[in-house]
Design a protein around this ligand. Structure first.
Ligand code: IVH
Length: 673
């Protein structure tokens, strides 16, 4: 065949491929079958390998592949994508409802209505519609910022591309779950451990044509921003979703009372096996949107919803060894190395034994036959061992009295609240002095929720540690890149990528900075409370020098345990140097107040006595929503002491002495209009 003829034929096929590719993006009108599409791709690739001069930007050889991509654009969610707290039993549910009743000051006879929705174990996504048109779709990401996966989402049939219903809001983010049905998964399962991984892998393909080959489904259940939406409850919203063309879960149900929640849970747990998709629990949401709004959020989960998990899967295996891991806070965690076993589709070879007390209580020994459980994202753990199957010569497990990493004595702290010794045994060294703790501290420092340094994973920390490239977190900002470039597995590009990733994280918010320090008892939530109170890095460093515990006593939510831990952290000489070095290289941004223009801006409040028709928690949350601050002791800095019924006299007297304004609940409500 003549060269020109070959080229002509090739280009014809490329054109056809492009056309069919387009149909795959919007599969409302597929023109050919999947196998015809595959055959066309194959023909093009064969032609290319036979005739090296054939090249096209639009060739499937340029874009189709099974490599997950890092290249999606990051986009901020217009409202955060929240997570849910979990309930495992009736007691957890009772506590959940009790907290809601207290917060809303509900009377006993008020029955709370829930929307109970099966929790599909898939990947959540947020779909932005403007004037009825699907314009952008984002993955959840870290909840604040997701990846732009619009083109991949467009290949999903269940996602409407245009909505013309009259009551569809002019702007709305529709949120729901992307998943793979079990029968579809069986057809493609050679690459993935479970349907959830398959859905995630498929969604993150760089080439939407690849995504379109794996039959993804979408079920809608909530929204982010919604402009001009006049809907009063979750169940009404779900009904509307159906009218707008979305799929909703057929097992969604309105339920009143804990007893009925449990009944529904038992029913669905049985039904679960018959369903064509994996569910790992049921989400309960307060049905009434007004009540949801009043309840609001705590950090990243709503007060008005909870996920009631199903009980776990378990299997039986042999304990080959018990190893001790040393964590970031010095805690010694025993881990059972077990004979690999398949639990609910995942191969498990490690199971946590939690702590020393747990081993003693369950008398767990090397060589035992154990029941191992795995539930959702929870780490697999040993439930019990079979004493009947135990060999006569088996020996009790002796917990080490010396840290396996640094040899320091191991200790059990005395807990002032429970008046008992902790269940956990710890390495008694002062943090960075123990190599294992130091390594874990560095891993924490670079982790997603802290400095979030792209590509700086746990393996790299281990590797750089062995090579003595990092000993303290601050060393990350002074890396010897010439040395790294010449290491095995590294090159010019990967080194400059790492440098870029590190340099771009030198600017950090105060709360993330505090969290990244890995102070014991200071998790993300407490770090946020501290940052909100301290406002600037300057104030934080000042506190690290003057170590003034009183300054911390005014922060609602920060208790004695946390205060003690923070002051201890500041007292350690190595930590002092660690902070000093970090201060030199970082730009730490001040905390923005959630709403800086509220009616109570810059004012501090304290409540004493019982309030009418509103709980203390809701009153505090109202103050914060309106930019005010809550303090927990009477000082000169307090602007208003709000008194309800039977106030604490001591507080009122202190306020009088210090000249603090004392106001009634009514006067406080007037301040809020
Ligand atoms: S509501 C309130 N409803 O569960 C905000 N989430 O742990 C939370 N999920 O990331 C979302 N089914 O991926 C909601 N009917 C449902 C859900 C559901 C599954 C997932 C979702 C979310 C996670 C929260």
């Amino acid at each position: 065949m003549k060269i020109s003829k070959i080229e002509k034929e090739y280009l014809k096929k490329i054109k056809l491929f492009q056309e069919y590719n387009k149909y795959y993006y919007d599969k409302s009108d597929p023109k050919i079958t999947d196998s015809e599409f595959d055959s066309l791709k194959k023909q093009i690739i064969e032609l290319e390998s036979k005739h090296k001069f054939l090249k096209s930007e639009n060739s499937p050889s340029k874009s189709v592949g099974f490599k997950p991509s890092k290249n999606f654009k990051k986009v901020k969610h217009r409202t955060q994508m929240l997570s849910l707290s979990n309930a495992f039993n009736e007691e957890d549910l009772k506590n959940f409802e009790k907290k809601i009743r207290n917060f809303l000051s509900l009377t006993k006879d008020f029955e709370i209505e829930y929307s109970a929705e099966p929790k599909i174990d898939g990947i959540s996504a947020s779909l932005i519609y403007i004037k009825g048109k699907f314009v952008q779709g984002l993955s959840r990401g870290d909840g604040k910022e997701g990846e732009d996966i619009t083109e991949n989402l467009k290949t999903i049939n269940d996602i409407p591309k245009n909505i013309n219903e009259k009551n569809f809001p002019t702007e709305i983010d529709i949120r729901g779950e992307i998943f793979i049905q079990n029968d579809d998964f069986k057809k493609i399962n050679e690459k993935f451990a479970n349907p959830r991984n398959a859905a995630s892998g498929s969604l993150r393909q760089k080439d939407p044509a690849v995504t379109s080959k794996i039959p993804l489904k979408f079920i809608a259940y909530t929204f982010g921003i919604a402009k001009e939406m006049n809907i009063k409850s979750q169940s009404a919203f779900l009904n509307n979703l159906k009218n707008w063309g979305f799929k909703v879960n057929e097992y969604n149900k309105n339920v009143k009372g804990i007893k009925n929640l449990i009944k529904n849970h038992q029913y669905l747990e049985k039904k679960r096996k018959e369903m064509n998709f994996d569910i790992d629990g049921i989400v309960y949401k307060i049905n009434d949107f007004d009540l949801q709004k009043r309840l609001g959020y705590v950090t990243n989960a709503p007060r008005w919803a909870i996920a009631h998990k199903f009980s776990a899967n378990s299997s039986i295996s042999k304990i080959i060894n018990i190893e001790i891991q040393v964590g970031r806070t010095g805690a010694l965690t025993p881990v059972a190395k077990i004979q690999p076993v398949n639990i609910g589709g995942v191969i498990v070879s490690n199971a946590t034994l939690h702590n020393e007390d747990e081993i003693v209580r369950k008398d767990i020994r090397v060589g035992d036959i154990a029941t191992v459980e795995r539930a959702g994202d929870v780490i697999p753990h040993v439930i019990s061992v079979d004493l009947k199957k135990r060999k006569k010569n088996s020996k009790k497990f002796i917990f080490p009295t010396k840290c396996p990493s640094c040899g320091s004595k191991t200790v059990k702290d005395f807990n002032e609240i429970t008046k008992k010794k902790d269940a956990v045994r710890r390495c008694s060294s002062e943090g960075f002095e123990c190599d294992q703790i130091a390594k874990e501290k560095i891993k924490h420092f670079v982790s997603k929720e802290a400095f979030n340094i792209d590509g700086f994973g746990k393996k790299i920390v281990e590797n750089f540690w062995e090579l003595k490239l990092v000993k303290f977190p601050q060393d990350i900002f002074k890396l010897d890149y010439d040395k790294i470039r010449n290491l095995d597995g590294w090159g010019g590009l990967s080194t400059s990528n790492l440098k870029y990733a590190i340099d771009s994280k030198k600017k950090i918010s105060l709360d993330k900075f505090i969290y990244s320090l890995g102070i014991r008892h200071i998790g993300q939530e407490n770090a946020k409370l501290l940052a909100r109170h301290l406002k600037s890095a300057n104030n934080f460093f000042k506190l690290s020098l003057n170590k003034d515990a009183d300054e911390l006593k005014n922060i609602d939510g920060i208790g004695d345990t946390q205060i003690k831990s923070i002051i201890n952290f500041f007292l350690n000489k190595t930590n002092e140097n660690f902070l000093f070095e970090l201060k030199k290289v970082l730009e730490i941004t001040d905390t923005h107040q959630l709403n800086q223009s509220g009616l109570l801006k810059n004012k501090t409040f304290m409540f004493t006595g019982k309030l009418q028709n509103i709980s203390r928690a809701e009153a505090k949350s109202l103050v914060e929503k309106n930019s005010g601050n809550i303090v927990s002791s009477v000082t000169k800095k307090l602007d208003y002491l709000v008194i309800g019924e039977k106030p604490t006299n001591r507080k009122v007297d202190q306020a009088k002495n210090l000249g603090v304004k004392i106001i009634s609940q009514k006067e406080w409500a007037d301040l809020l209009n």
